[in-house]
Design a protein around this ligand. Structure first.
Ligand code: ZN
Length: 245
């Protein structure tokens, strides 16, 4: 089975479309797994939700998904994130279908050898896994061999080696999933990359070949930036897309 892994789309329709087109060009996927934050920050929440729902697969909730339906307080969001969240909540009021879909998303899911979660197994919508200390604690909190995460918008790979040590790597272009090694894998963000590379980030898992391939996709972020400014969303949410921050 081939599964595309997408995370942190953040209402960026141009980036999401570019990723799906790239996926098709590479032979498509049987399922699309979404690791949360479909909405928030960007100008097209409803269109991104609709596009995601057209693809068979699995999805879990992110902090922005919950904030957009009032399930989570935005008091500790930064001002731009909170303003975008308010804007998104209003946009979603046009159709109850979108809010109902977000309300129905689970916090974690298991698909075969993979646990899917937005933040971490320990704190599914909150925790950022950016250090080996945090990763090591989380390796004890899921049963599958692999855990796929989002939230930090940075492609990263945590490896638990045979002696129980936790190692941090950049996510390689191709990762072998064969053997007994356990990984926590962040495939990066589709709609708001934060690793200094503005290209959309996603991955394809092939369960027969036991590989994960990480891809970066050029998209026309100027279109998204214009939409952000036209919608009166905070200007910094537009400018950051050109630098991948
Ligand atoms: Zn996010």
């Amino acid at each position: 089975m081939r599964c595309a892994v997408v995370a942190d789309i953040h209402s960026n329709l141009e980036a999401f479309r570019a990723v799906l087109a790239d996926l098709e060009a590479r032979g498509g996927a049987d399922e699309v797994w979404c690791l949360g934050d479909v909405v928030g920050y960007g100008p097209d929440p409803r269109e991104c939700l609709r596009l995601l729902r057209r693809h068979p697969g699995a999805a879990v909730a992110g902090n922005h998904d919950w904030a957009a339906i009032g399930r989570l307080d935005t008091g500790h969001f930064n001002p731009e994130a909170a303003a975008a969240c308010q804007w998104t909540a209003e946009a979603l009021q046009e159709s109850s279908q979108d809010a109902d879909y977000l309300a129905g998303l689970p916090l974690t899911l298991q698909r075969g050898d993979f646990t899917l979660v937005h933040g971490s197994p320990r704190e599914p919508v909150w925790e950022y896994v950016l250090s080996t200390q945090v990763a090591r604690a989380n390796f004890q909190l899921f049963d599958s061999r692999f855990c796929l995460i989002g939230h930090s918008h940075s492609p990263l790979l945590f490896e638990l080696d045979a002696r129980g040590s936790c190692l941090l790597h950049q996510l390689p272009a191709e990762l072998s999933l064969a053997g007994g090694t356990r990984f926590i894998i962040n495939c990066g963000s589709v709609g708001q990359p934060r690793d200094g590379d503005p290209r959309a980030s996603y991955a394809v898992i092939d369960t027969e070949q036991e590989t994960l391939r990480h891809y970066r996709v050029v998209y026309d972020y100027k279109v998204t930036q214009d939409k952000i400014l036209d919608a009166d969303l905070p200007a910094r949410l537009a400018s950051r897309l050109s630098v991948g921050w």
